[in-house]
Design a protein around this ligand. Structure first.
Ligand SMILES: *Cc1c(COP(=O)(O)O)cnc(C)c1O
Length: 422
């Protein structure tokens, strides 16, 4: 049963041949986005003094100001807050929501249940959640086809007037495809028509630089996300961002620090090089991760596993979901990704009961930056249908090596249903 290495190489070469048109399209998007980022650096006249550290209050911190300005220009937004003081994506989204919502306001999600970590933010009991502050929450699930449920949105918005409408671009931990920019644009047009005053906020995690436009170019008022995902380019050591309409970002800035201080304070002694450099690299690194995901899609579907998106489809975020239908295969797969990582390759991920999750989870995260998921990483919940969420890959070559090792391992398992594998 054991396939020779050359068979595996040949199999991967076949997968690459199938991916040719997708790879070419991803290269074109990367070129487009690289130019957009470079132009933002040039028009903002970025220079080495913008990389300097700051201390204390951080008054007149030009690095902080320029980083935010460059990011805003890339997202075609009026303003942005890009900061290592935002602990993660959840924090960025939390600051955005608390900055915009007031007691008595309603928040409506139009993409079903928001990302898991937002549950406590929105409706946690006695933790200072939006609910604790008197903000109500409602959601509209996506339709069976994975797209927005337009009739439901229409019906709901004729009844309630939410202050904030929230949409999540990525698939999160759902077995569905991510939403493309054109789908978002269509839904936002309807929401705008029905409720012109609602502020449209997009959880943009995992979506940055996947397409040529960000949601701020498609009708969203505010986007927020994490710098240890796509826009940090694998270089940012921490942080988050919020970008959008001037009045919205101004309101949100008051929550970021303190009322009347907003984005005028906040220092960073570590200096800003990795944030600028990471943003500059991001279009290219995101493309590498996307190519890796497409190759994983072909390679694993050829072995009989269902993946999302379908191998032939263009990815709309950097996550590749793989259905294993078997807890052992899921844990094995995470182990293979861990062993193929540059950091902690010797570790074996085991399922554990993470606080806040109903089932055990297993994670592979052999990353330079703790938890960074633009680096090749993978996680899954120990419940049927045992789906692995694989994402990232700083280089395409790294993904390819990890794929070869995965295929070799699975080939040695006689029980596996193989269709077209090596
Ligand atoms: C990662 C992610 C977040 C925020 O997660 P953090 O781990 O706090 O950075 C929010 N929404 C989605 C869809 C995400 O993928």
């Amino acid at each position: 049963m054991k396939a020779a290495l050359s068979d595996i190489d040949r199999y991967i070469a076949e997968c690459e041949a199938k991916a040719e048109a997708q790879f070419a399209a991803l290269d074109e998007t990367a070129l487009f986005n690289q130019r957009k980022v470079l132009d933002a650096f040039r028009s903002n006249r970025i220079a080495s003094n913008h990389f300097f550290p700051s201390t204390g209050y951080g008054y007149d911190d030009v690095g902080r100001e320029k980083l935010s300005k460059v990011f805003a220009d890339v997202a075609k937004a009026d303003a942005a807050v890009v900061s290592p003081l935002l602990a993660n994506g959840t924090h960025a989204l939390t600051v955005a929501l608390f900055g915009l919502l007031r007691p008595g306001d309603a928040l409506l999600s139009v993409t079903g249940k928001p990302y898991d970590t937002l549950d406590s933010v929105i409706s946690g009991e006695k933790v200072g959640s939006l609910k604790d502050f008197g903000v109500s929450f409602d959601k509209i699930d996506l339709g069976a086809d994975g797209d927005f449920d337009y009739p439901a949105i229409r019906a709901k918005l004729s009844k309630i007037a939410p202050r904030v409408v929230l949409a999540q671009r990525s698939k999160g931990y759902e077995w569905r495809d991510a939403l493309g920019i054109s789908s978002l644009e269509k839904a936002f047009r309807l929401i705008r028509e029905l409720r012109p005053d609602a502020v449209i906020v997009v959880d943009n995690c995992y979506g940055e630089f996947v397409e040529r436009r960000e949601p701020t170019e498609a009708g969203a008022d505010v986007i927020a996300g994490s710098l240890i995902k796509n826009p940090g380019g694998g270089m940012a050591p921490t942080g988050g961002y919020i970008a959008g309409r001037a009045d919205c970002v101004a309101a949100i800035s008051q929550r970021l620090t303190a009322p009347a201080q907003g984005a005028e304070v906040g220092s960073w002694i570590g200096g800003y090089i990795p944030f600028f450099q990471g943003l500059f690299l991001a279009p290219s690194v995101v493309r590498n991760a996307l190519k890796g995901g497409v190759l994983f899609g072909y390679a694993l579907s050829g072995l009989g596993f269902e993946t999302k998106p379908e191998p032939g489809a263009m990815p709309k975020d950097i996550i590749r979901s793989v259905k294993f239908d078997d807890p052992k295969l899921l844990v094995d797969f995470c182990g293979l990704i861990q062993n193929a990582s540059p950091v902690d390759s010797f570790a074996t991920p085991l399922p554990w009961s993470m606080p806040g999750y109903a089932h055990d989870v297993v994670m592979a995260a052999g990353a330079f930056v703790q938890g960074a998921s633009l680096e090749l990483s993978c996680d899954g919940t120990l419940k049927p249908p045992y789906v692995a969420y694989l994402q990232g890959g700083l280089t395409y070559e790294h993904c390819k090596i990890a794929i070869a090792e995965t295929i070799r391992h699975f080939n040695e398992m006689p029980a596996l249903r193989r269709r077209n594998g090596p």
